[in-house]
Design a protein around this ligand. Structure first.
Ligand code: GLN
Length: 477
């Protein structure tokens, strides 16, 4: 069986028809991981026992001729920020280096309930803070399309695993772009659902009002299939929304003719790479040929999105990360004499540089004297950005933009310049701040054969429309 072209439906059908067993399929992916992953670095922990038990369960169903669930026997990977019962979960951090959760993240539990075989845990930036995966406490991830380049971040392991055929699909998390940007750098599809569409229970928090779980896949249809499985209200997360989940797969096939697509000049300004711009413009032309009407829209507060994001995200992170104190779980420093020394040493040794930088920034932004000037101001900007989108979505059904201003950069190129790294999040953080869904779909390559991603943003809870547009584009491309 060709692992390369294996989509969810193809894998499930082969197992259903007993062309291959789920056990053998998992085995061949583990073999691929053993040969290829030493160069790529996508996996942090393999969960073989758990994977093979699930595969055997699916094989037994198929042997009896029973209908497999939607992900029956499909091998997937999970970003290491999602808790997995009995399987080490580090969030890419030394401070959780020995953490074995006693429970499962809802999204992971739902994948498994739908028959998915979880191969293991995928590398990421520490606590999902980063855009290049170079902030992982363990090792960086290399872009499978060019090993000298980053895979993007923070879900770099998820994107790389799917791009390198070491998983058919993966879960990632997106707080400021971490599903869409790595998807674009690695040439795969990445979907960030609406805030509240997918439960965050069991997702190790970075910035709770911005964190989203979503799929990285080879095709748009696969993203729709995974979303179908993980979406919907969860009593364990009070911010998960009780909004009906449509039949995403069915919606994909509806025509796109007549849909209005917005193009915002604020996403085509300075800093946008020439080749990326040309690819996005060509993609928009293709959508016009498919019958979409391209309409200019304005999102005037876009220029304030990166500063607002880095205030809100760091403020929430500084509070969320207070729980890592060496007492309850994770790393504890040795040889300390007092309680406060234990806190300080454990956190000093357990957290990496970027995490510490953000804890300090966030604590400062929340401090009594500066709260109004920074945090409150950022929240106001967040409201303005949300209104920008609300107004635009009165005129259009979706907005198309580049996912990232450039294609994948070299490892080491930006790691010493955090500000340059932050500024490159310009096209993705807006959707997280507004809580709207976004998808990145491959739309060509640079001359150096590096993938480029087209971002499609939609109305709250309207993943169906952006999936439909992305699917139509992908089919025509
Ligand atoms: N690059 C952004 C950051 O570093 C986004 C991270 C994310 O989405 N998890 O915060």
């Amino acid at each position: 069986m060709e692992i390369k072209s294996l989509t969810i439906d193809a894998a499930r059908a082969a197992i259903q028809n007993c062309t291959i067993t789920a056990t053998a399929l998992a085995g061949s992916l583990y073999a691929k991981i053993a040969t290829d992953d030493p160069q790529i670095g996508a996996y942090l922990t393999l969960s073989k026992e758990r994977a093979l038990a699930k595969a055997a369960e699916m094989d037994a169903l198929a042997a009896k001729g029973e209908k497999l669930p939607p992900l029956g026997g499909v091998p997937v990977g999970v970003k290491d920020v999602m808790a997995t019962r009995g399987v080490r979960t580090t969030a890419g951090s030394k401070i959780l280096g020995n953490y074995i959760p006693p429970y499962d993240c809802t999204a992971v539990a739902r994948l498994e309930a739908a028959g998915a075989v979880v191969l293991g845990k995928l590398n990421c930036d520490e606590f999902a803070m980063g855009s290049s995966n170079e902030n992982s406490a363990w090792h960086p991830v290399h872009n499978p399309r060019d090993l000298s380049r980053v895979p993007g971040g923070s879900s770099g392991g998820s994107a790389a695993a799917v791009a390198a055929d070491m998983a058919v699909a993966a879960l990632g998390s997106d707080t400021g772009g971490s599903i869409r940007q790595p998807a674009s750098f690695c040439g795969v599809v990445g979907l960030m659902p609406t805030y509240g569409r997918v439960s965050r229970y069991g997702l190790i928090a970075f910035a709770s009002s911005l964190d989203h779980i979503g799929p990285l896949t080879k095709t748009v249809k696969d993203a729709a299939i995974v979303l179908q499985v993980i979406a919907g209200r969860d009593p364990m997360d009070s911010t998960s929304a009780a909004v009906a989940v449509p039949d995403y797969r069915g919606e994909l096939e509806k025509p796109v003719r007549g849909l209005k697509i917005g193009m915002a000049k604020e996403y085509f300004g300075e800093g946008l790479d020439r080749e990326v711009r040309a690819a996005i413009e060509a993609a928009i032309e293709k959508l016009a040929k498919l019958g979409c009407e391209v309409v200019p829209v304005s999102l005037p507060h876009t220029q304030y999105a990166v500063p607002a994001y880095y205030i809100v995200a760091t403020a929430e992170a500084s509070s969320n990360l207070a729980r890592f104190d060496g007492v309850r779980y994770g790393y504890r420093a040795d040889g300390v004499r007092t309680l406060s020394e234990m806190y300080r040493r454990s956190r000093d040794q357990g957290f990496g540089t970027e995490v510490k930088r953000r804890i300090m920034l966030g604590t400062y932004a929340l401090s009594a004297g500066y709260y109004d000037a920074y945090y409150l101001k950022a929240q106001r900007v967040r409201t303005l950005l949300t209104r920008d989108f609300e107004e635009a979505f009165q005129k259009v059904d979706a907005i198309v933009t580049p996912t990232s201003p450039t294609a994948a950069f070299k490892l080491g190129e930006k790691v010493d310049d955090p500000l340059a790294m932050y500024l490159a999040d310009i096209y993705t953080v807006t959707a997280d701040l507004a809580g709207i869904p976004g998808i990145s779909v491959p739309c060509g390559e640079t001359r150096e054969k590096l993938p480029i991603g087209l971002q499609i943003l939609g109305r709250h809870f309207d993943e169906a429309t952006i999936l439909r547009i992305a699917h139509a584009y992908e089919q025509a491309h």
